[in-house]
Design a binder for this molecule. Structure first.
Ligand code: SF4
Length: 590
């Protein structure tokens, strides 16, 4: 799906906001004489139809060069790119030769573009041969990934933004949509203004701005979501809302899920959640009698030691009622980061392969390794974010490359992260800023391109791939992240496999891989774009996946209404989720 006039129209560059997972389209005009940049919403972009929030609208004010890292630096001294890249490649190669592939690691970011992410992941998993690449998206979305894969057999968000407007009931769980995804909140508010019968329920311990605007706010105790949704599952079944044909033909595991859910009485759920039985009944009755329900969830669900179970407790309710994949209904994971979804697609987490393939699946490893023609491929999951920095601290990781993120500030146990980096023999940081709490520990600093200088794609919460386009000249010696990773890979001996001249070449390869031996077995398939020309890539309109070869890329695809899932038997799985007190909840099952 391309449009010749899309990338440039009346002097404006169409691009995508870099701040959150809504993925709003923006139109940017730049005064060539003064460099002043004006930003407004792109009326043609289906994520926002011209809307912006204050963050997106103020992007033009963030483009100054103050504090930017503009040149490569090694051991505190400005050097040439060749010198910096040679140093990174030689130290990584020597470390791998002496200590093995698992002695090195990459920690990357949901702020990277998909092309950047793809190249980094390919280098670590397919050429270095370790699973030790993880991303700050783990903190954001790993619970949703695990929950989706357990229930659907694939990490797929079933719905699209329009569903929030078409629903008769929107339940927001652990989501302060008004602050964190403002344009989605605007869309929901506009839908409610046009159709006041649209009911909004917010489930959140906090009295947020979103909660204050809701028809019903359930201020449950932190960590009690599983109990709340287990009670809902039982209520739906007892109220006769089970979609018998859907459950019988397309699912497994309901009895076990109901058995686990029945462990708690309504009185016990009231005690655990801190909600009155009357509040519980009101919510349960509302959910039961409303066919068109969207349950949106975000970090209040994901960032929890029981995050995966919370996700599955929600998915169970939609599976039991068959309310999934139709207009105005379904569970909806709302991603925090601008490209958390793109990272999931390229396999940016330590336990994934590219294109929704699995490290643990020998056939998937064969497909990817054959396609990459790589000398080896990681055959077991690498270290996940927190464990990765524990391994830095205890000396197992001897060389680490951190790209586009600041783990000394953003990871739990930040003092330990800092202590580990301080003693790590080799730390590389590629970033846009010269001074961060992480960068101060770097032996090598590599200047990366910022928003407006980058060129590639991102994927938003509704699986919509959009272009981020470059409209600023590169200041100093900054370079694109995909280029930096590829140049290091070339110097490590893999020049042929990383010989990309432009991001479109990375995108073509990524799109082609998604279609290899797929034939509908994996829902992530964008092989229709595998032969995209540079001109068509430049003009690419926002497009949702899947778009397999032979099909015209399209928008507004919902998943699973046909009852076809991506488990081995093509059935969705109910997951038995037993509520446990938060202090006892530790899960390592994702
Ligand atoms: Fe940017 Fe998110 Fe605001 Fe849209 S809602 S303009 S993507 S910060």
């Amino acid at each position: 799906m391309t449009g010749a006039a899309h990338s440039k129209e009346a002097g404006a560059t169409r691009t995508t906001c870099p701040y959150c997972g809504v993925g709003c389209g923006l139109q940017v005009t730049r005064d060539a004489a003064t460099g002043a940049v004006a930003v407004k919403g792109d009326t043609a972009h289906p994520a926002n139809f011209g809307r912006t929030c204050s963050k997106g609208a103020a992007l033009g004010e963030t483009l100054g060069l103050e504090g930017r890292l503009l040149h490569p630096v090694v051991d505190g001294v400005r050097v040439s790119w060749d010198a910096a890249l040679d140093r990174v490649a030689s130290v990584f190669s020597a470390t791998i030769a002496e200590h093995g592939p698992d002695s090195v690691a990459f920690y990357v970011s949901g702020q990277l573009l998909t092309e950047d992410y793809y190249v980094a992941n390919k280098l670590m998993k397919g050429f270095i041969g370790s699973g030790n690449i993880d991303t700050n998206s783990r903190l954001c979305m790993a619970s949703a990934v695990a929950g989706h894969k357990r229930a659907f057999g694939t990490d797929t968000v079933p719905g699209i933004y329009e569903d929030l407007e078409q629903a008769d009931l929107v339940v927001l769980v652990g989501s302060n949509l008004a602050w964190c995804h403002p344009v989605l909140f605007q869309r929901l508010a506009a839908a409610k203004a046009a159709r006041p019968e649209l009911t909004v329920v917010v489930i959140d311990p906090r009295r947020t701005m979103t909660a204050r605007s809701a028809d019903l706010h359930l201020a449950l105790n932190p960590g009690s979501d599983v109990a709340l949704f287990n009670g809902l599952l039982v209520h739906l079944q007892e109220a006769g809302k089970l979609d018998a044909a859907f459950v019988q033909d397309h699912t497994n595991g309901l009895d076990a899920a109901l058995h686990a859910a029945r462990a708690l009485s309504l009185a016990e759920i009231a005690e655990i959640t801190g909600l009155s039985q009357a509040e519980l009944r009101r919510f349960y009755d509302l959910f039961a009698r409303t066919e068109r329900v969207v349950t949106g969830f975000s970090q209040g669900v994901n960032q929890s030691s029981a995050g995966s179970d919370k996700v599955n407790a929600i998915l169970n309710c939609h599976l039991l009622t068959g309310r999934i994949g139709y207009p105005g209904m379904g569970p909806f994971s709302i991603t925090g980061q601008p490209n958390a979804m793109g990272g999931r697609e390229v396999g940016g987490l330590a336990n994934q392969l590219a294109c929704h393939m699995e490290l643990g699946e020998p056939e998937h490893r064969r497909i990817v390794q054959d396609f990459w023609r790589s000398p080896r491929i990681a055959d077991r999951p690498g270290l996940k974010a927190v464990d990765l920095f524990r391994a830095v601290k205890d000396g197992r990781i001897k060389a680490v490359w951190i790209a586009g993120t600041n783990p000394v500030d953003s990871l739990p146990d930040a003092d330990d992260v800092q202590a580990g980096l301080k003693d790590c023999p080799f730390v590389v940081v590629s970033d846009v800023m010269a001074v961060t709490d992480t960068a101060r520990h770097a032996h090598v600093l590599l200047p990366a391109a910022a928003w407006g200088e980058k060129d590639g794609t991102v994927t938003n919460s509704e699986r919509r791939i959009s272009r981020q386009r470059r409209f600023q000249p590169w200041p100093g010696e900054v370079r694109a992240d995909w280029w930096i990773f590829a140049e290091v890979a070339k110097r490590m001996g893999w020049a042929d496999a990383f010989d990309y001249a432009a991001p479109v070449e990375v995108f073509r390869e990524f799109a082609a891989l998604s279609g290899v031996e797929n034939a509908g077995t994996r829902d992530f398939d964008i092989s229709a774009l595998a032969d995209i020309t540079a001109e068509a890539y430049d003009a690419l309109l926002p497009v949702q996946w899947p778009c397999p070869k032979g099909e015209v890329p399209r928008s507004e695809r919902r998943f699973f209404a046909d009852g076809q899932f991506y488990t081995p038997d093509r059935r969705a799985r109910f997951i038995a989720t037993a509520w446990r007190a938060p202090a006892e909840q530790i899960s390592h099952d994702y």
